[in-house]
Ligand binder design. Structure first.
Ligand code: KPL
Length: 362
């Protein structure tokens, strides 16, 4: 096999991109890994800083890996080298444009692993990129669900490498096909490379049915934790008090009240995901696993496990950036309408507050 068939490109050098790149450099140091930056200034900073990514373990222990190849997306041309394996670690709302830009470098021999939170990115790529490409130029897409909490790390007391991340609560990276007919070969170079990263990155390759469940499960977690922490501007760990004691004050500007609690959101979202799943009747184990109670317990446990951290949506709101709200709450609202279910009112309200940032202008 040619080295170029094994080479991996990672689009998006946020926390998830750094985490995967660092794991590959740790366990498979000879593999060429190229990081593709969306922004020129981040690319310059990375190159000037020695192309280094640092994993923060604790105050005294950090593990840096350097020597990554790097590109800025604006350098990409139709004649630029072919991409065999592309891991897309951008946020949902930042995915279409850069993948479209890279698409002349992708063909039927390419594999694209999508790691975005929420739902709908693949459909967007299908309608806006794949529909314009002949079948021999269409790459294969894989769906990935990462259940490790990865957060950016800045130490106010001393300068740290700007490409530093920290892991808070590790879980598997599940990767599977987007359709029933698609199969992920055991010998596929991207699969083999990721499997080498065990135990730092625990990759599992479930079948289509299981990855569908994993994606919907993560969607529920994100639809509960992310918008609530973003409107209340609180770390994940506060959600348990919000649930128990309605302990967060009403927001002074938006009037967002403690009425939106994890349990009230789960009560709206549960019926939507169960309808999407169309669970076979008479399977008590599945019914139990997808009950509101089980979903709520899991969301609160995840919020506890990543308690000190700020959700990705809160970080985007605080940074004045667009959020993933369309792919999380927006997708659920649309699905409820398509399926003729009740509109999830709390989710819809949170969607409007976050999408249009009402409170920022008073
Ligand atoms: O995925 C997350 C995110 O912040 O996007 C979790 C871990 C659910 C919440 O922080």
């Amino acid at each position: 096999m040619l080295l170029s068939d094994r080479a991996i490109h990672i689009l998006g050098v946020g926390n998830l991109g750094k985490y995967v790149a660092h794991a590959l450099a740790t366990h498979y140091p000879r593999l060429p890994v190229t990081l593709i930056f969306r922004k020129k200034d981040s690319y310059d900073k990375f190159v000037d800083g020695g192309r280094k990514i640092t994993k923060w373990i604790d105050e005294h222990t950090q593990d840096s890996k350097s020597g990554f190849r790097a590109e800025w997306i604006g350098q990409s041309r139709p004649g630029s080298p072919h991409i065999s394996n592309l891991i897309v670690a951008t946020k949902g709302q930042q995915t279409l444009t850069p993948v479209g830009f890279l698409s002349p470098r992708l063909d039927r021999n390419s594999t694209v692993l999508l790691l975005q939170n929420g739902m709908g990115v693949k459909e967007e790529l299908d309608s806006q990129i794949l529909a314009f490409r002949s079948p021999e130029h269409r790459p294969s897409y894989w769906a990935g669900v990462c259940s490790t909490g990865v957060f950016g790390r800045g130490d106010p007391s001393r300068p740290v490498c700007p490409f530093t991340f920290q892991v808070a609560g590790s879980g598997p990276l599940n990767i599977g096909p987007f359709s029933e007919s698609q199969e992920i070969e055991k010998q596929h170079p991207l699969r083999r490379a990721l499997e080498k990263c065990h135990p730092t990155l625990r990759t599992e390759f479930p079948d289509y049915e299981k990855i569908k469940l994993a994606r919907l499960r993560k969607l529920v977690m994100n639809a509960v934790i992310n918008p609530l922490t973003a409107v209340h501007r609180c770390p994940n760990g506060w959600l348990r008090s919000l649930e128990r004691f309605k302990a967060l004050p009403d927001h002074p500007v938006t009037g967002i009240t403690a009425e939106y609690r994890p349990s009230s959101l789960v009560a709206e979202i549960g019926p939507i995901v169960r309808a999407v799943l169309d669970l076979p009747s008479g399977n008590p184990k599945l019914d139990e696993a997808w009950s509101d109670l089980a979903l709520l317990r899991e969301a609160l446990l995840l919020a506890d496990r990543t308690g000190e951290n700020r959700s990705s949506m809160l970080q985007d709101v605080e940074g004045g950036r667009e959020t993933e709200i369309d792919y999380i709450c927006g997708w659920l609202i649309k699905k409820a309408r398509e399926l003729g279910l009740n509109c999830p009112r709390g989710t819809q309200n949170l969607y409007h507050h976050i999408k249009f940032r009402k409170w920022e202008n008073g």
